[in-house]
Design a protein around this ligand. Structure first.
Ligand code: ADP
Length: 269
C-alpha cells in the first residue's frame, strides 16, 4: 500500500521566492521502518525468555541430585515458558489485527455482553487484591464487530486497570450511549500516566516506568492490540489520566445503527 506523492511548496530564499518540488517517499520509508522495528522488537523480546529456558534446562540437569533445586528451577522454567506463550500469542493477535482480519467476522453484538464477559475474565485477579469491578451505565447498545476481538480489547483495559491500581480500590467500567457511538470507559484509581507518556502507551512494546507499578511482566503490546481492535471497528481509543490519581481509557465504537457507513477496507479518520 506504500505510495509516494509529489509535494509542491513555495519557499522564500532571501528576497526571492522559489518553487520547491519534492518527491515524497516518506510513507514507503516509514512503513519499512515500522516493519523493521517490529521484527527487531520481537527478536529482542523473545531473546530473554528463550535464553532463560536454555539456562534453566541446563541448571535442572546439573542439579539432578538435589530435588529441591530441581523443583525450584522447574517452577521458573514454567514461568518463562508461560511468558513465551503470552508474547507469542500477543504478537499473533496483533499481526492479525494489523492485517484487518477482525473485520472478516462481523456480527451484531450487545455491548453489555462484551463488558460482562471481560469483567468475568478479570474477576479472580481483582478479588485476589481486594479490588472491586463496578459496571454501570447505559444498557442496550449494540455494535457490529468481531466478538472475541472486542472482548479481548475490553479485557485488556480492565486487566491494565487492575495491574496499576492499589489493593482494595475500585475499577469502574462504564458504558455510555452517544448519538451514533457507544463509549466503553475503564477508570481506575491507580498510579496514573505522566503526560509525556500518554501518547506512547499505545505504541507496540512500549512500557512505562516500572518504578511506578508493581512488576507486571507485561509485553507492552496490550494497548496496541486495543487500539487496533478499535480502529478495525471504525472506532478509537483515548486516555485521560492524572498522575497519582488514576486513569480512564475510553474505547469509542460506532453503534450498530450507524455502522453500515463503515465499509470493509475503509477507515474513518
Ligand atoms: P503492558 O501492560 O503489557 O506493559 P500495555 O500496552 O497494556 O502493555 O501498556 C503499556 C504501558 O502503559 C504500561 O507499561 C503502563 O506503563 C501503562 N499503562 C497501561 N494501562 C495503565 C493504567 N491503567 N494505569 C497506568 N498506566 C498504565
Amino acid at each position: 500500500q506504500a505510495h509516494s506523492s509529489l509535494r509542491v511548496r513555495v519557499a522564500r530564499l532571501g528576497t526571492r521566492y522559489v518553487l520547491v518540488l519534492a518527491q515524497d517517499l516518506t510513507d514507503a520509508i516509514r512503513l519499512e521502518e515500522v516493519r523493521r522495528d517490529f521484527v527487531a522488537n520481537i527478536s529482542h523480546e523473545l531473546k530473554t525468555p528463550i535464553g532463560a529456558v536454555t539456562v534453566l534446562a541446563d541448571a535442572i540437569e546439573a542439579a539432578r541430585d538435589d530435588p529441591e533445586q530441581v523443583s525450584r528451577f522447574a517452577r521458573r522454567l514454567g514461568k518463562e515458558s508461560e511468558r513465551l506463550a503470552r508474547i507469542t500469542r500477543e504478537i499473533i493477535d496483533l499481526s492479525r489485527l494489523q492485517a484487518g482480519e477482525a473485520l472478516a467476522e462481523r456480527v451484531l453484538i450487545e455491548v453489555d455482553h462484551i463488558v460482562a464477559v471481560a469483567i468475568d475474565q478479570n474477576q479472580v485477579a481483582a478479588e485476589s487484591r481486594g479490588i472491586r469491578l463496578i459496571s454501570r451505565g447505559d444498557a442496550g447498545a449494540e455494535v457490529y464487530g468481531d466478538e472475541p476481538a472486542l472482548v479481548m480489547a475490553v479485557q485488556n483495559l480492565i486487566s491494565n486497570a487492575i495491574q496499576h491500581s492499589p489493593d482494595h480500590s475500585h475499577v469502574g467500567i462504564g458504558v455510555s450511549l452517544r448519538e451514533d457511538a457507544v463509549e466503553i470507559a475503564v477508570t481506575d484509581q491507580g498510579v496514573g500516566i505522566p503526560e509525556e507518556e500518554r501518547e506512547r502507551v499505545f505504541e507496540r512494546f512500549y512500557r512505562g516506568d516500572p518504578a511506578r507499578s508493581r512488576n507486571t511482566g507485561g509485553t507492552g503490546l496490550g494497548l496496541s492490540i486495543v487500539k487496533h481492535v478499535a480502529q478495525n471497528h471504525g472506532g478509537e481509543v483515548k486516555v485521560w489520566s492524572q498522575l497519582g490519581r488514576g486513569s480512564t481509557f475510553t474505547m469509542r465504537l460506532p453503534r450498530a445503527e450507524a455502522a453500515p457507513q463503515i465499509e470493509i477496507g475503509e477507515r474513518t479518520a
